[in-house]
Design a protein around this ligand. Structure first.
Ligand code: PLP
Length: 359
């Protein structure tokens, strides 16, 4: 990244940029993303400023396709970039139907089956949840949608899963047309992500202007960030091949056991469902999350109250309440997430320190 901010500070689209081979840097970043998710060369990767932009773009495309009598499907637990974009469309008169979740935090597939019909034109269903880490039955949902609404454009926000666990366009994501991802979820820089466009789908650009990236996403190409996401995708791809996500999951499970030893009434959200290997979302009755986060910080341990985008919100997790947890239970929830570099000792040390603070 440093060389592209200093000695190779050209615009990719300029003659200097072309002479310096910057287009190849972009192409090799696309190849690194494709390798990470088992994509084919004809699966188009368009870089954006992050998953928020990718999600907003996907919804805008869905809205464009939604002519009279047609409607949009999403879930009640999507990231705000989806939920709020769709709520805005509802205010303009577009019909949106929302899939609820079960106590485990997974989409309620029976309810989804009741909702879907031939007039569904766009579906946006996330792949892994940003707070609970619960991995959704996306393939099953997409099969159902394809059976009843073959023309439906299907988008998934796979931001939380890509780079943290093996995912493949030949497997879990095989039925979807559009996929959002973000670099900072897998050790890449912030402010870079993308939208993968599959099955030859044609999209209208969200951001128009200089016509960069095949006229699909204008704006000077962010070469340092693209070099960063490329390096991160390559590195995380190797770690996943070495099954490091399995070690992370074992560490997370042992940590949860340890927390339960100290606090027997801890409740862990989505524990019965498949989850991201690195995420643990739990509460201890009677201990407020704000207090917990502050106490952890005094021990030098940074944990979250929920996802960073809702951390400023005074309201407890909306997803937890949709899963059937009470307001008080939701007010005690903290999210502990680890990286490929986190050790079991660090997590055990954390739970011991927390136990000392709440004996
Ligand atoms: N979607 C999900 C599921 C996320 O967790 C996040 C970020 O936390 C986003 C979208 C937004 O990503 P970005 O920060 O790249 O805009």
């Amino acid at each position: 990244m440093t060389q592209f901010m200093t000695s190779r500070f050209w615009n990719v689209s300029s003659a200097y940029g072309q002479l310096d081979g910057l287009e190849e840097i972009v192409e090799s970043a696309k190849a690194a993303i494709r390798t990470l998710i088992g994509a084919e060369p004809n699966d188009e990767v368009i870089f954006t400023s992050g998953a928020t932009e990718s999600n907003v773009w996907a919804v805008a495309e869905g809205a464009r396709r939604c002519t009279s009598c047609r409607w949009i499907l999403s879930s009640q637990i999507e990231h705000p970039s989806i939920n709020e974009s769709l709520e805005n469309l509802q205010k303009q008169g577009v019909e949106v139907r929302w899939v609820p979740v079960t106590r485990n935090g997974t989409f309620d597939l029976n309810k989804l089956a009741d909702l879907v019909d031939y007039n569904l034109c766009f579906a946006s269903l996330m792949f892994a949840h940003n707070e609970t880490g619960v991995i959704q039955p996306l393939r099953e949902a997409a099969i159902l949608i394809r059976e009843r609404a073959p023309q439906c454009l299907i988008h998934t926000d796979a931001t939380q899963a890509i780079g943290k666990m093996p995912v493949s366009l030949l497997d879990e994501l095989s039925m979807v047309d559009l996929i959002s991802f973000s670099g900072h979820k897998f050790h890449g820089p912030k402010g870079i992500g993308g939208l993968i466009i599959r099955n030859g789908k044609t999209l209208q650009p969200l951001i128009c202007g200089g016509g960069q990236q095949q006229n699909l996403r204008s704006g000077t190409i962010n070469i340092p960030a693209i070099a960063g996401i490329s390096a991160a995708a390559t590195k995380c791809g190797k770690l996943l091949q070495e099954n490091r996500h399995i070690s992370i999951q074992l560490i997370r499970d042992k940590f949860e056991e340890h927390i339960r030893l100290h606090f027997p009434d801890v409740f862990i959200l989505g524990k019965q469902a498949p989850r991201l290997p690195n995420t643990s979302f739990w509460g201890i009755p009677g201990i407020d999350a704000d207090d917990f986060v502050y106490t952890s910080a005094t021990h030098g341990i940074v944990i979250g109250k929920g996802s960073a985008c809702s951390a400023q919100s005074l309201k407890p997790s909306h997803t937890a309440m949709l899963m059937g947890y009470s307001y008080d239970e939701a007010s005690s929830l903290v999210r502990v997430s680890s990286s490929f570099d986190t050790s079991l000792n660090e997590l055990i040390d954390f739970s011991d320190k927390i136990h000392e603070s709440y004996p």
